[in-house]
Design a binder for this molecule. Sequence first.
Ligand SMILES: [Mg+2]
Length: 175
Amino acid sequence: MLAFLRPREFVTSIYDINLHHHYERGLRSILTDLDNTLVEWNSPVATPKLMAWLEDAKTIGFQVCIISNNEETRVMEFAKLVGIPAVYKAGKPRKRAYRKTMAMLSTTPRETMMVGDQIFTDVLGGNRLGLYTILVKPIHQQEFIGTKVTRKLERLVLRQMPEPTINKVNEKSER
Ligand SMILES: [Mg+2]
């Protein structure tokens, strides 16, 4: 069970993902969570930094699609704002929405990365289907009340994991 909870990478934010590297080794699609992964929870504002990151990803050759458990209005308005497709009320970690999203993009699990800030939804669902899972640190503390309980469990899982791999250097320099 623990193996399914373990992300393949643990980084500070989406900006620390080495997109060129993953493209070179065959990944072609990015499924990404929305709240606390791309922007703060329920924030309708797309930062210039996020817009630049999405442009970079597309330029490299990635397709990007939001996969979120949040409501239709929240998810689709944001998706429209940043100009990428999205799947709302995804029911992560259930497999169904991941399959639907991959079908939409015509991508296979082997070519797909799943990026998100929660182990028990984003990472677990992605791992169950064999996607390349990347856990990011949540952008902001404020979030849906139900999430607070799972955060405690996440800390237990993370305690058994090595430190974030890619960002070891950055993390140290922050201290
Ligand atoms: Mg999230």
